[in-house]
Design a protein around this ligand. Structure first.
Ligand code: PEP
Ligand code: MG
Length: 572
């Protein structure tokens, strides 16, 4: 029996046979000559035969998969017998180079040429590299460097996986991923989480597992072991039961004591909204309107805008849809609104600020939202991104009123807005915490830089304190307005629509901090709901206070996890 412990990066427990990813092909030595016994014509014919065989294999494989995987395989198949590629290789063979070296060099220079062309052509460079290796493998009579094809489901074991390896990964065949290398942010980990496959990375030594050996994999604890025992079989059975619990959201977000916590979806257009409605999201907490127009060079017409917004509203009749006005700038440039030559785009004229540099676009967008809302049954709320001051909140609310939109709000994603939220609430009806940007601005860490991932963590106690301050500002504003109106006023709602809401453990902290709704990618709804149902509001409050008080993000996370025994049962 062999035991390995790596890092669990995608939860789930499974038992299955190992299939190894073939090792990368060794490069034919530079300068390798054609054997003196071989005529160039024979070598060229063998090369053409190998290329045709590779094409046929790829087309056969394409016929067995769907969607993007099929497109990737069909494109690669065509490249295998590309006349330019074959002609370049035959020329080298005629000059005395071995067939393997010839196709290798022809492939390398073809790929370099495509890379030089940039854009779409550069993306095809990978296909040429791929067919080059496949043809060499065919000439050598060894397996192609690709995910093995098998009739029965298996556990894929590899040194590490590249994006191209995973394009054709069929989750019905590959039931878990185990790699000897890689880390929690590696491509393997990201793909596994996206596909919902159990995965363990950095499991040193797994390359020595026998092909076909039956192994137990636990994607939460990182355990990989051969000869599974009864306890491991039972653990798999428990997981299968839990997995069904974690695969569906019943459309009713609440805590164990019945406290209501609506769980909404983040969407970028009508197709996303339909998917979210099918996943039982209780509405839309963030419609990123810039996603509807990312390809536009010019401001979208009124009719185009109305159609785009109405498409989303129609997926949620009678439910809340929070529309965010265009958040152009930084990682989402829109040529008609943003200046890409800014030295610090994340700190530049982005989001609501573009209303000053390009006046009119926002007012026209609000008019289109109002028209779409009037033609649908959704309860439409509107919010502006990147609000920094109470004056901006007031100006935005005035624009909403002019457009006939009655529920204006702001995104709180700049620390100044979090710290002064009390004054912002004097002008708007709600706030939504954009914790992605709030984290990057609180920690002064570019959210796109992998090297700063540890700082860019919404578990950072400083970020949690800003969320706490935002909620406290809503309560304080309610107290002030109650005193003036001589009657009780409830605090205005504060939701979260950043990625943090999709973390089921952090969702408990957010609930405990007093957040009133959570909006996330629909895939996260079942797990967030399942964990919220295991805690009461007082328990969530106690855990939230411990997290805000923790000295580091890691300790905050650990303290809260330790207070949630249900996580182990749920395999989270
Ligand atoms: C955020 O900043 O958390 C947010 C939801 O907005 P975006 O990710 O679109 O910037
Ligand atoms: Mg943001």
């Amino acid at each position: 029996m062999q035991n390995f412990v790596g890092v669990g990066v995608s939860r789930g427990r499974v038992i299955g046979p190992v299939r190894h990813m073939p090792a990368a092909l060794a490069e034919p030595p530079p300068g390798e000559k054609l054997a003196s016994s071989k005529a160039p014509e024979t070598a060229a014919a063998a090369l053409k035969e190998a290329a045709a065989a590779v094409k046929a294999q790829l087309l056969a494989r394409a016929g067995r998969v769907e969607g993007t995987g099929r497109e990737v395989l069909e494109a690669t198949a065509l490249m295998a017998t590309d006349p330019m590629l074959i002609k370049a290789a035959v020329k080298l063979i005629n000059a005395g180079t071995s067939a393997e070296r010839a196709i290798w060099e022809a492939g390398e220079s073809g790929a370099a040429m495509l890379m030089g062309l940039g854009g779409y052509m550069a993306e095809r460079a990978h296909d040429v590299q791929d067919v080059k290796s496949r043809i060499v493998a065919q000439l050598r009579g060894v397996p192609a460097p690709e995910i093995p094809d098998a009739d029965a489901p298996f556990i894929l074991v590899a040194e590490d996986l590249a994006p191209a390896d995973t394009a054709t990964l069929d989750p019905n065949k590959v039931v878990a991923l185990v790699t000897a290398g890689g880390g929690p942010q590696s491509h393997t980990a990201i793909i596994a989480r996206a596909l919902g496959l159990p995965a363990v990375v950095a499991a040193d030594g797994v390359g020595a597992l026998d092909d076909g050996a039956l192994v137990f994999v636990d994607g939460a604890t990182g355990v990989v072991s051969t000869e599974p025992d009864d306890a491991e079989r039972a653990a798999v059975a428990v997981w299968q039961e839990q997995a069904s619990l974690l695969s569906v959201f019943d459309g009713d977000g609440r805590l164990a004591d019945g406290t209501v916590m609506p769980l909404l979806a983040n969407v970028g257009g009508a197709a996303d909204a339909q998917e979210a409605a099918a996943a039982n999201a209780q509405g839309v907490g963030l419609l990123r309107t810039e996603f509807c127009f990312l390809g536009n060079d010019t401001e979208p017409s009124h009719a185009d805008q109305v159609a785009a917004y109405k498409g989303v509203f129609d997926a949620f009749p009678g439910q809340k849809v929070v529309v965010r006005t265009l958040d152009a700038g930084a990682d989402k440039p829109l040529p008609f609104l943003t200046d890409t030559s800014e030295a610090n785009p994340a700190l530049g004229v982005r989001g609501y600020r573009t209303d000053t540099s390009t006046p009119g676009v926002l007012a026209r967008q609000l008019a289109a939202i109002a028209d779409a809302a009037a033609q649908s049954d959704a309860a439409v709320w509107v919010m502006a991104p990147m609000i920094s001051t109470a004056a901006e909140a007031s100006d935005f609310a005035a624009l909403c009123t002019e457009a006939g939109l009655r529920i204006p709000g702001v995104m709180v994603e700049v620390p100044s807005a979090a710290l002064t939220s009390r004054h912002l609430f004097d002008h708007v009806e709600f706030a939504s915490l954009g914790t992605n940007d709030l984290t990057q601005y609180a920690m002064a860490a570019d959210r796109q830089l992998g090297a700063l991932a540890a700082l860019n963590d919404p578990w950072q106690p400083a970020v949690l304190a800003l969320i706490q301050a935002t909620v406290a500002g809503a309560a304080s504003q309610a107290r002030h307005s109650s005193a003036q109106a001589l009657e009780d006023t409830a605090p205005k709602p504060v939701g979260v629509c950043g990625e943090s809401a999709a973390d089921p453990v952090l969702a408990v902290v957010l609930a405990g901090l007093g957040v009133t709704s959570l909006s996330m990618t629909p895939r996260a709804l079942p797990a967030v709901s399942a964990v919220l149902r295991t805690v009461t509001l007082p328990q969530a409050r106690a855990l939230a206070l411990r997290a805000v008080d923790a000295p580091s993000a890691a300790e905050a996370r650990e303290l809260v996890r330790a207070g949630l025994p249900a996580l182990a049962e749920l395999g989270l």
